[in-house]
Design a protein. Structure first.
Lengths: 81, 456
């Protein structure tokens, strides 16, 4: 598992332990709104991460994970030619 | 002094831009049709429309450096790959069904038209959609309003006389008021960089800024410090666009930031984001591996391309050496702030700061003094985000003695400490009242209460 995933897991566990998230209430709302949201075709919501997002519970973007070791990345950069 | 002689090599900037354009070609070839869905990390997924729009945006910005034949040839090649995706049936249907998103669906088409690749049929449908009753039926935040104004201007291609006015939405944007430099979100910085790009139109038809350049760039320096310290080169590259998009001069901090990004790109072979993980790559093969690499790497590569395209405009290249002449910092201030940072026992922060520290080691002492303000911004952000308010106060004292306190971040830090002192006096008074009505006045030292209360 990647460092990013590990960090996400840690954050998720702390959120769950805190019981700050009311999954029953979220489930009820998703059940009501989910079908129409799922078919809404609005691809621009995530442009560069600047647009609003409806539900953002499970993942925090960019939790200050450093970039990988640069020498290791240089080893794969040959594919970007 | 011959400025160009002491500026960053145009050949090197063009080489970096060409590399980003090559990545754009690959990204279109592998991802434009279906996008990318990452089953393990949803944040890595890329919708094809996002890639198509961003590639068109990148090509338009790169066209400002098209006097270089290698750049021009690549723009032509990538544009030909982009055309069928920009004007696909899906995009046409989007114009029909979502008039409030018409300009979003048409962004790639509009950029391609400006680049010399028009399409009369697509344009006709766009005019129908943009003229419909529901065309403005979506409320947007100011930087997204600026984006709409920008796309419209690119589409209508107005004459040169109309370019000077400050766009109305810019007055409501973060360009016209100070960002929260201590506890603002990453999205706040994105709003700042995007608003700046739309107002300045990559210097093709730049509009007036709503505030003085110096005020905006002083805040950009604080944002840059955060990005460098967090190794967020995607956002850091966008922040650095602030200098070439608003004028010709570069500050010592911005030159330093550019050098860090260039050095990282040289060592990794591309400017990386933290989303590209070697462990994932090791598990993947063939097309899956290529798609993962492109999906996680293309955006930051584009940002480096945007930055290099902007620096290739006449007189906009960063100087090779850090300018040290105008520094107001007292001699030795760089070393003093660095010592403060080194006293930081947080190992995670030390590990994250590796790349800029490596570049810092290459600087002379006068050059370190010239970027002492950047180092101060890094320290202020670290202390504020961790709630280390006693250290923040010590840092401000140091900044004052070094002649570094006249910055937006230092000023905001001082305001924060004042608010916390008020907070401490209120909560202290409440607790004292609860203990004894007769002892209401015994609040004690606010700064001690502040630290205890916040750390909780």
């Amino acid at each position: 598992m990647s460092a990013n995933s590990n960090r996400h897991q840690e954050i998720v566990k702390r959120l769950l332990d805190s019981k700050a998230v009311d999954f029953t209430a979220i489930g009820k709302t998703v059940a009501e709104l989910g079908p129409s949201l799922a078919v809404a075709d609005e691809p621009w919501e995530g442009f560069c991460g600047t647009m609003r997002r409806f539900i953002h519970v499970y993942q925090i973007f960019n939790p200050e994970v450093p970039v990988e070791e640069l020498g290791g990345l240089a080893g794969v950069s040959g594919q970007l030619k | 002094m011959n400025v160009q002689k002491h500026a960053w090599s145009k050949e090197d900037l063009a080489r970096r831009l060409c590399h980003a354009l090559d990545i754009a070609r690959q990204a279109l070839e592998h991802l434009a049709q279906e996008g990318y869905t990452d089953p393990e990390e949803r944040g890595n997924s890329v919708r094809p429309e996002k890639l198509v729009s961003e590639t068109a945006f990148f090509l338009l910005a790169a066209s400002t450096a098209a006097d270089c034949s290698e750049v021009r040839e690549r723009i032509e090649r990538v544009a030909q790959l982009l055309i069928p995706h920009a004007r696909s049936e899906r995009m046409l249907l989007g114009l029909c069904l979502h008039p409030a998103l018409a300009l979003d669906y048409a962004q790639a088409h509009i950029c391609l038209t400006r680049l010399g690749f028009p399409d009369a049929g697509f344009d006709a449908l766009l005019r129908q959609s943009a003229g419909s009753q529901a065309r403005a039926g979506r409320e947007r935040v100011p930087h997204r309003m600026l984006e709409q104004e920008w796309i419209t201007a690119v589409w209508e291609n107005p004459g040169p006389a109309s370019h000077l006015r400050t766009p109305p939405a810019a007055l409501d944007s973060v360009l016209n008021q100070p960002m929260d430099l201590l506890n603002g979100s990453r999205e706040d910085i994105y709003a700042f960089t995007h608003a700046l790009m739309y107002v300045r139109d990559f210097n093709i038809r730049p509009r007036r800024l709503p505030r003085r350049r110096a005020e905006i760039l002083a805040e950009a320096e604080a944002a840059l410090a955060r990005c460098l310290d967090e190794q967020d080169y995607d956002l850091g590259g966008e922040v650095l666009l602030g200098w070439p998009l608003t004028g010709k001069s570069w500050s010592p901090a911005s030159v330093f930031g550019f050098r860090v990004l260039a050095q990282v790109e040289d060592r990794a072979g591309f400017l990386p984001a933290s989303s590209t993980r070697l462990a994932r790559l090791a598990k993947l093969e063939g097309e899956a591996r290529t798609c993962y690499l492109l999906a996680t790497a293309y955006h930051t590569a584009y940002v480096m391309g945007l930055l290099c395209a902007s620096t290739l405009q006449a007189g906009s290249a960063p100087p090779l050496k850090l300018p040290t002449g105008k520094s107001t910092a007292v001699q030795g201030s760089g070393t003093l702030v660095l010592r403060f940072l080194d006293a930081d026992k947080n190992k995670d922060a030390d590990a994250r700061s590796g790349h800029w520290r490596g570049e810092l080691e290459q600087l002379t002492y006068p050059e370190r003094d010239a970027i002492a303000g950047l180092l101060l911004n890094i320290a202020l952000r670290r202390k504020a985000s961790r709630g280390e308010f006693d250290a923040l106060r010590e840092l401000l004292k140091l900044a004052y003695s070094c002649g570094l306190s006249d910055t937006p971040a230092a000023s905001q830090a001082a305001e924060m400490l004042e608010r916390l002192a008020t907070y401490a006096s209120i909560t202290g008074a409440q607790k004292a009242a609860a203990k004894s009505r007769a002892d209401v006045g015994a609040v004690g030292n606010p700064s001690i209460h502040v630290t205890r209360e916040i750390r909780g």
